[in-house]
Design a protein around this ligand. Structure first.
Ligand SMILES: [Zn+2]
Length: 445
């Protein structure tokens, strides 16, 4: 039974994909979303997802013009999210009922439905007899899906599928002619990546004033593919901006942070705890936590600290407030983006002390802790996401110091040397030893 369902879905995806590309093309200009790891501008390469139709043989020409797509069973509804859509409107459109929607929202611990992104796909699977919603899948990209399943009519649980895929490496380089933004775009960088580079080197270099025509830039970028399909996820591993005899650089180290070629941090350090003093952990980070009713894996994506209502909650690093919201499960919560790779979330708050869009600094009071949303007692649920993936905030490698940790220095220095060689001679293939796809490095001028 499962196998049949899977193959049906695959066919549906292929067919849907053409529609999705069209919707994406229309939507991409209007898409503005703060989403960890997803830059919204990573449009899949057209040639990969838009194969040219095969030419029918002359004999078949008069009869077969278009191959009929397999019919969709009517208990499965597939929908590509359009700009301006709300979950309520989508549920109305397919007559799914708001009561069911609220059950799903209560189960949405990853908060994946909080920001609907145009181009993402929703698939609803109904019971063929009762027409009740059995399952809803949110397809974010080929490497990331969230599935909400009905548990015996009592509510929903969720499963988040994150696939690592393969990462391909490329070197993008060019000369400044006009602004850095225009020059980088010409070399093939997306708007999001250009912004990331400006942010990475922003404390060292004023892009508007100090960059001159004739300065050069070199960027090493990784692109994610899952089953040959580009997911739109990219990662910048190295940047150099050469201004006369001055070099500004940023390289990604094993700890997930960027340092200059001397190993000095480009990002100001984080503090480990979101409070001035440490509180008791009442529930640990646990990606393998079991749902008490179903026994299914239901991850605890953060760590809970028991603390009295009204305890000041502090941002663990410099950043920008991307969400200040109220949610049936999370209660009053805040999300903060720290540079390109880190996001923190603070849940069940009592009072907000910051606004959306506000810049905050490490240690700044952002809220007072509370007991709002689905919460069994006063506590703070704190999450740390690194490149779109929740990690244990108490153990994660985050920059707590200003330069690269001693034990990583040798491997970092070696990597910088390899990257610089690749940047200087992008046509030369080097064994980078990091990606299975490393020999796919190519130059795009
Ligand atoms: Zn929690």
């Amino acid at each position: 039974m499962n196998a049949i369902r899977v193959s049906t879905r695959k066919r549906r995806r292929k067919r849907l994909h053409r529609l999705t590309v069209l919707v994406l093309l229309v939507a991409v200009a209007a898409t503005v979303s703060f989403w960890p790891g997803s830059r919204g501008d990573g449009l899949p390469a057209l040639e990969a997802s838009y194969p040219p139709p095969s030419t029918p043989s002359p004999a078949a020409m008069p009869k077969v013009v278009v191959e009929a797509a397999p019919e969709e069973p009517d208990h499965i509804i597939a929908y590509t999210i359009a700009p301006g859509d709300t979950l309520g409107a989508i549920f109305d459109r397919f007559d799914l009922g708001h009561a069911v929607m609220y059950k799903i929202l209560r189960a949405d611990e990853p908060l994946a439905l909080e920001t609907l992104r145009p181009g993402n796909r929703l698939t609803f699977t109904l019971d063929p007899q009762t027409r009740l919603l059995e399952e809803m899948e949110l397809f974010i990209h080929a490497g990331n899906r969230v599935i909400y399943r009905n548990i015996d009519g009592s509510g929903f649980d969720f499963e988040e599928l994150i696939l690592p895929g393969e990462w391909e490496q490329e070197v993008l380089s060019g000369e400044i002619n006009g602004s850095f933004y225009i020059s980088a775009k010409r070399a093939g960088l997306s708007e999001g990546e250009t912004a990331q580079v400006s942010t990475l080197l922003g404390e060292r270099l004023n892009f508007a004033r100090e960059i001159r025509a004739g300065d050069r830039f070199q960027i090493i970028r990784m692109q994610q593919f899952v089953n040959g399909e580009p997911t739109g996820q990219t990662r910048i591993e190295g940047v150099r901006i050469l201004r006369g005899n001055r070099v500004h650089s940023a390289f990604l180290a094993d700890d997930g942070n960027y340092y200059d070629h001397n190993g000095e941090s480009l990002l100001r350090a984080f503090q480990r705890y979101p409070t001035a003093r440490q509180f008791r952990v009442s529930s640990a980070f646990n990606p393998a936590r079991r749902h008490p009713i179903t026994g299914r894996v239901s991850p605890h994506n953060g760590v809970d600290f028991a603390m009295p209502i009204g305890t000041p909650v502090l941002s663990i690093g410099d950043g920008v407030v991307t969400r200040v919201q109220n949610h049936p499960y999370a209660g009053k919560y805040i999300e903060i983006q720290h540079g390109a790779n880190y996001v923190t979330r603070y849940l069940h708050l009592d009072r907000f002390l910051v606004k959306r869009g506000q810049t905050v600094s490490r240690g700044q009071r952002i809220a007072l802790s509370g007991n709002t949303g689905r919460s069994t007692g006063p506590h703070l649920h704190f999450e740390l996401h690194v490149r779109g993936r929740p990690v244990n905030p108490l153990r994660a490698d985050i920059p707590l110091a200003a330069s690269i940790p001693k034990e990583q220095r040798d491997s970092f220095t070696k990597r910088v040397a390899e990257y610089v060689a690749l940047m200087e001679a992008p046509d030369q293939r080097l064994a980078m030893g990091r990606s299975s796809q490393s020999d796919s490095a190519r130059s795009l001028h």
